[in-house]
Ligand binder design. Structure first.
Ligand code: NAD
Length: 515
């Protein structure tokens, strides 16, 4: 049997960092090293403030990296039944020494970015495999014989063949097993998703050595994931299932958004329609909330990846079917922005418009493909006096820089103001647009001390506030994952610390201290 003592994760991003941290946290006997060529990212992972925000991530990293008492969660949701076992040494490392770490590993997880190609053959839909291919080359050079190479990145179906060919070209005759183990975590709930996954999917070659390799990875996850939640398939099914899962999730959002357009013309209420439809267990009520469309680095690219696959396999009807999911998403976003402009008498001249929420979803600082960015672009064309932006998780300087990169150094940039709190962002606004469903934007209490009633019109456009939602502080929302809070409480007790921002949600300093 393969004994796994050393895992190397290549790519310290939104997936690689949290995944490696949880694997290390749950397997104290395995040394887990995360490598990246990005020096700044690695430095941040080695600091008190990880480079990405996810509820609970900072504490998991701290325990796994720096050691301390280990907490074992039971397999049910929530951490009420956690038990503690003695002091553990740190087993999570972050370094830029890519070759050396790969060379020491029994398992190499490849978790680098695989965006959509924006130029050349397949531009706009094919996957840009530059980073993945580069890492495969490095793996081929440094991996030790018999190492298990795992595709963690979302890749086109049949990539495992390319990996095998590359390895064979560089190291003919040397045996490697290639597994597919796509990640299903969602930004904003990454730690909870990793602690309590719906399923772990592992695809392997159907050969005895392929199955042995799969079993080695199964054992890593089985440290905390019940065996019946770990699915093993052939490698092509695993690669394709990830694309299909994201495409179907995106499809549901586009479906309900298309219905919301019909609702507005007919007097039906899309929330009522979604509720009535979703109670049918064959349909289900999840992912049926109409809004401004999906964002994020994955949905669009993974649907397009499927489109490209279908097109290149001579299945244009299939490609066209899925392409429509992306088209509908863009339609939903633009329809919403145009509605904002229409509500304001088709002119924004002299007006201030506030956008609350900039990240593509709540509880994340991930702004990739955020609908808010395109919205800003469209609104700016109407020459508003100001577009005010506030996001509880994102660094204002990062938002400003991203907008500058999209628009270039245009004069109108001065009309975009990114605020550090929501009250200032809304002050004297003509319209407040809720672009991300952060809980703290619902049932907002008045600021303290109370400000005089504004003498201007504020129109709330977008989703209605949820009357049942708890009012929360505007600037610093609490994380939602109970287990993470329990873990945090434990750490506070252990260390006798107090902190006003325990989970490091919002760190206004652009460059974090690195002690
Ligand atoms: P990311 O851009 O946050 O991180 C990728 C990291 O890889 C970067 O830090 C980059 O510097 C590093 N990298 C690139 N080339 C490298 C090289 N040659 N050597 C060393 N490091 C290198 O990307 P991500 O969001 O973590 O996504 C990674 C993969 O996981 C993608 O395929 C994505 O589709 C998939 N995925 C993402 C999510 C998500 O929510 N973000 C969820 C599931 C799956």
């Amino acid at each position: 049997d393969v004994v796994v003592k050393n895992i190397c994760c290549v790519g310290a991003g939104y997936v690689g960092g949290p995944t490696a941290a949880v694997i290390a946290f749950q397997n104290p006997h395995i040394k887990v090293t995360v490598v990246d060529r990005d020096v700044t990212r690695i430095r941040r992972w080695n600091s008190k403030h990880p480079p990405i925000y996810e509820p609970g991530l900072r504490d998991i990293v701290r325990v796994a990296r720096d050691g301390g008492r280990r907490i074992v969660f039971d397999s049910s949701e929530g951490a009420a039944d956690k038990t503690e076992v003695g002091v553990r040494p740190g087993n999570l490392f972050f370094t830029t020494d890519v070759g050396k770490s790969i060379g020491e590993a029994d398992i190499v997880l490849v978790s680098v970015n695989t965006p959509t190609k924006y130029r050349g053959v397949g531009a706009g839909s094919a996957t840009d495999m530059t980073a993945f291919e580069a890492v495969t080359g490095v793996v081929a050079q440094f991996a030790r014989e018999g190492a298990i190479i795992v595709e963690k990145s979302t890749v086109p179906c049949r990539t495992a063949q390319l990996v095998a060919d590359t390895l064979n070209m560089h190291r003919p005759g040397v045996h490697f097993e290639i597994l597919s183990n796509p990640e299903f975590l969602a930004a904003g709930t990454a730690v909870n998703d990793l602690l309590y996954p719906d399923r772990i999917l592992i695809g392997s070659a159907p050969t005895p050595s392929g199955k042995k390799a799969a079993e080695a990875l199964v054992n890593v996850y089985n440290a905390w994931v019940p065996r019946d939640r770990i699915l093993t398939t052939n490698v092509w099914s695993s690669e394709l299932a990830k694309l299909v899962a994201n495409s179907m999730l995106a499809q549901r959002i586009s479906s309900i958004n298309s219905i919301s357009a019909v609702c507005e013309q007919t007097g039906a209420d899309v929330d009522e329609v979604a509720k009535a439809v979703g109670v049918d267990p064959r349909i289900g009520n999840k992912f049926l909330v109409a809004g401004i469309g999906f964002g994020g680095s994955c949905f669009k690219k993974d649907v397009l990846n499927l489109v490209y696959l279908a097109d290149t396999m001579g299945l244009p009807e299939v490609g066209e079917y899925w392409r429509q999911v992306v088209k509908m998403n863009e339609y939903a976003r633009d329809r919403f922005t145009n509605r904002v402009i229409k509500c304001l008498n088709n002119t924004l001249v002299g007006k201030k418009v506030t956008i609350l929420g900039y990240a593509f979803k709540k509880n994340t600082s991930d702004t990739r493909e955020a609908p808010a960015l395109e919205m800003v672009k469209t609104l700016l064309e109407e020459r508003p006096r100001e577009i005010a932006i506030f996001d509880p998780c994102c660094n204002p300087l990062v938002i400003k820089e991203e907008i500058r990169q999209l628009l270039g150094d245009v004069d109108e940039l001065k009309n975009i103001v990114v605020y550090g709190n929501g009250y200032d962002a809304c002050d004297k606004s003509t319209a407040v647009v809720i672009a991300t469903e952060f809980d703290e934007f619902r049932n907002q209490p008045p600021p303290k001390p109370a400000v005089p009633a504004p003498d201007h019109t504020v129109k709330m456009i977008g989703r209605k506030p949820n009357p049942k939602a708890d009012p929360r502080p505007f600037e610093r929302p609490e994380p939602s994952a109970n287990d993470v809070l329990a873990l945090h409480k434990h750490l506070l007790q252990r260390d006798g610390e107090t902190s006003s921002d325990p989970l490091g949600r919002y760190n206004p300093e652009p460059a974090c201290s690195e002690d």
